[in-house]
Design a protein. Structure first.
Lengths: 400, 404
């Protein structure tokens, strides 16, 4: 048979230049050598350049005094603090605007996305126009527009728009009523911790109870109820003993040249938040719409046949299924929003990138700072991906 | 064949009751929630529209745009050699006309759209020979269209060759030659406005294409070193914002090069945009590669094609065809992202806008002219992005992505 001829041929050793395994190893070695050579050239150039400019390549400079002021700080910071501290302020600011932006953009985007599928002609078209307008213009243009053409041109503090004591908008930013700690807050603090403990206990207990009854359901409502009740009772007891409530509502009112009381968003933060929210919401709306449309029409019909109302159908049938399609692109949008927050540099918002570029200008340590920036963005991206993947695994269709 | 008998007792189809009242009731006022939404939203839309229209026609100062129109189109490109930009535009329009005549479908729709745009622009009250020029380009486009339609066999290859050569022609014509006085050199620092925006976006997507395809192939490679490198590159670039890459190119590129090499600012930005865009393109192409069934590769191998041949001749054509809409989408986002280069000192469309806002002439205008300028620039971006999105959608339906 022919197989004997074949086996005779197989006995002849394959020359190394025809051997796929050897070739693969050789190709990788060649690739590696090329890459290393490229990096070595770049690196040696860089070292030479840095030596000429007399800039050391270490992170010791982070302990030097920063010496510049930052307009908006969430953690304590003075110009006398170190560069490391200044960078930390930037990181916190980035996280603050990104976190708030993600929440607001999700809410607005979901509303617009559902609106695009409404049977109300006006709502449907307004939502479509919203998406068409804000998706197709650059974020930077929108951001600058909100900053210099809208917020900066709001009336002066004296003639601020809005309801005194609740919400006021002026060219100094947006002031909203916000809870503030009263004198008796300290005595109330233990109750907060107790509320947390009781909440966790209630969660565990309810979980166990549900498992024993072999019923589906979430233990979260019970946990929140228990924790909330504890905290509320604590507040009442504090009120009964000290005579003041632990929290007061800080109301923004006009006083002198600026607002007093309440929480004030600076014009820069407000502009960045507004821009990021409105821009990203347009993309999220498309994600939500795609997710809802991916749900089989039979599901809706079955739900209606079972007598569920339209809102119940949306909440109990469509959304849980759409969520599986929505989560991965939604993660992308969250990551985009976080990365886009670096455009705060255009409206002088001191986010991580803005603070870093100030540090670069002052210290000349561009290599180290860029390494730091990239590492920070990468870890934020990885963290967000990780959280969203965990959530995705939880809601994924469990196949038996 | 016999026609079906209609029995006289059969009911007639119900009269479609299309009248305004029922239409309104069905679409706007079915249920009290919907009625409420309609009323509130309607009031809002009418107020906003009224305010905007009122502002556009009475309060707005459009003078800064009218007087700086040339800045918006080409930046500080010298007026005496402006014909070179005009020639480039004419060439591209001619090519679109020829292609529209030669090939139907989306290309034809794009060509018609461009012709309509040119006619529309020619009707606007521009001064001097501008209107004549615009009308001329529209005629040229039309001539190309008719030519392509009439002599498809004669013009097909010249058109393709001209398309392939056009980037080189355009760049050389706009940049000029240091030693040749007929087409003198124009410093890249003078390029600006819409010209620079389009230039950045087109060069960015074209230059990143080969790199992106290589990265995508590398990511699917069986060689761990190559794969690892490509994954690291793609994820690193996709993890950081474009603005960091741009700043890095501006501040650090000189550091990585030998001391005597001076790099033009435009080139630095182009390197940054290309490296950035390649990572995103790689992910798009990877999606296309994954959509090619394994049987295609196996069949290619069975026919005796080697790895290189099967990749270039079998896999890539199918993969790239499937990702055309995604690539158009990426082009749109790149087009929008070019606005970021104004932050590193280049005067593309948005950079020009910021410059015009700061011009001292408009200080007397109460509150400044930010709104007018930004809305005008936003509108230009919007027209480009929106029409490209429509094109992408048409390509998508033609390719039948998702329906096959």
């Amino acid at each position: 048979m022919a197989s004997s001829g074949l086996s005779a041929e197989q006995h002849r050793p394959v020359p190394f230049y025809r051997n796929v395994k050897v070739l693969a190893v050789l190709a990788q070695i060649a690739f590696l050598v090329l890459i290393i050579l490229l990096f070595w050239i770049l690196y040696s150039n860089m070292i030479r350049g840095l030596r000429i400019a007399n800039i050391p390549l270490d992170f010791g400079f982070l302990d030097d005094t920063a010496g510049f002021a930052i307009g908006e700080t969430s953690i304590a910071y003075q110009p006398a603090d170190t560069y490391a501290r200044a960078f930390a302020v930037g990181v916190v600011n980035t996280l603050r605007v990104a976190g708030l932006g993600i929440i607001l953009a999700t809410i607005l985007g979901t509303i617009v996305g559902i609106g695009r599928l409404s049977n109300n002609w006006l709502l449907r078209n307004v939502a479509a126009a919203y998406v068409a307008i804000f998706r197709n213009t650059p974020l930077l243009v929108q951001l600058i527009f909100w900053y210099i053409a809208v917020i900066r041109r709001l009336p002066r503090v004296r003639n601020a728009w809005g309801i005194n004591g609740v919400i006021l908008a002026s060219n100094r930013g947006l002031a909203v009523a916000w809870p503030a700690a009263a004198e008796s807050y300290r005595t109330w603090e233990p109750w907060l911790w107790m509320g947390l403990v009781i909440g966790v206990l209630a969660f565990v207990a309810r979980r166990w109870q549900l498992a024993r009854m072999d019923r589906p359901g979430s233990a979260l409502p019970h946990a929140f109820l228990a924790a909330g009740l504890t905290v509320l009772i604590g507040a009442l007891i504090v009120f009964a003993t000290t005579g003041t409530l632990p929290l007061t509502i800080g109301q923004p009112v006009l006083g002198g040249f600026n607002f007093t009381g309440g929480a004030v968003l600076s014009p820069e933060f407000f502009a960045l938040l507004l821009g990021l929210t409105i821009y990203t919401a347009a993309f999220i709306a498309e994600v939500v719409r795609g997710g809802i449309q991916s749900v089989n029409k039979g599901q809706v019909e079955a739900a209606r046949a079972l007598g569920l109302s339209p809102s119940q159908t949306l909440r109990l049938v469509i959304f849980p299924q759409a969520l599986r399609v929505i989560i991965p692109p939604m993660t992308n949008q969250y990551l985009n929003l976080t990365k886009n927050s670096s455009l705060g540099v255009a409206v002088a918002f001191p986010d991580m990138f803005n603070v870093s570029s100030t540090i670069i200008n002052q210290s000349g340590r561009s290599v180290q700072m860029f390494a730091l920036i990239m590492a920070s963005y990468l870890s934020v991206s990885l963290l967000t991906s990780l959280l969203m993947n965990l959530y995705n695994n939880r809601i994924r269709l469990v196949e038996r | 064949m016999s026609t079906t008998e209609v029995s006289p007792t059969a009911l007639k189809p119900p009269q479609s009751s299309v009248n305004v009242v029922t239409l309104l009731r069905q679409n706007l006022f079915n249920g009290w929630i919907n009625s409420l939404i309609t009323v509130v939203l309607g009031w809002l839309v009418i107020t906003v529209l009224y305010q905007v229209v009122n502002w556009v026609f009475t309060d707005a100062t459009w003078a800064p745009i009218v007087t700086n129109l040339r800045l918006f189109w080409v930046g500080r490109y010298p007026e005496t050699v402006l014909w070179r930009v005009q020639a480039c535009l004419a060439l591209v329009l001619l090519l679109f006309g020829l292609s529209g005549g030669l090939w139907g479908g989306v290309v034809r729709a794009v060509a018609s759209g461009l012709a309509a745009l040119m006619v529309l622009l020619a009707l606007l009250p521009f001064g001097g020979g501008m209107r004549l020029y615009l009308a001329g380009t529209a005629l040229l486009l039309g001539a190309g269209f008719v030519g392509g339609l009439r002599f498809p066999r004669l013009l097909r290859w010249p058109t393709i060759m001209l398309w392939l050569l056009s980037p080189l022609i355009v760049i050389l014509l706009i940049r000029g030659f240091v030693t040749w006085s007929v087409i003198p050199f124009v410093d890249t620092g003078l390029w600006g406005g819409l010209l620079l925006t389009i230039f950045l976006a087109v060069v960015g997507i074209v230059a990143s294409f080969p790199l992106g395809v290589l990265l995508a192939l590398g990511r699917r490679s069986k060689l761990p070193v190559v794969k690892g490198f490509c994954v690291a590159y793609i994820e690193l670039i996709r993890g950081v914002p474009l603005i960091t890459v741009l700043f890095m190119a501006m501040l650090m590129l000189p550091l990585f090069l030998p001391p005597h090499v001076r790099v033009d600012n435009l080139v630095r930005v182009l390197v940054a945009i290309t490296l950035f865009s390649a990572a995103y393109l790689a992910e798009n192409v990877r999606g296309g590669l994954q959509s090619v069934p394994n049987g295609q590769v196996e069949a290619a191998r069975a026919l005796g094609l080697n790895v290189f041949q099967s990749t270039v001749l079998i896999v890539l054509p199918q993969a790239l065809r499937a990702v055309i809409p995604a690539i158009v989408g990426q082009f749109i986002s790149l087009f929008k992202d070019t606005s970021l280069v104004s932050l590193v000192g280049l005067t593309e469309l948005f950079g020009i806008a910021r410059g015009v806002i700061e011009q001292p002439e408009w200080i007397t205008v109460t509150g400044g002219v930010q709104r007018e300028v930004l809305i005008f620039v936003g509108l230009i971006y919007w027209i480009f992005c929106f029409s490209m999105a429509q094109i992408s959608r048409r390509i998508e339906t033609r390719l039948g992505v998702g329906t096959r």
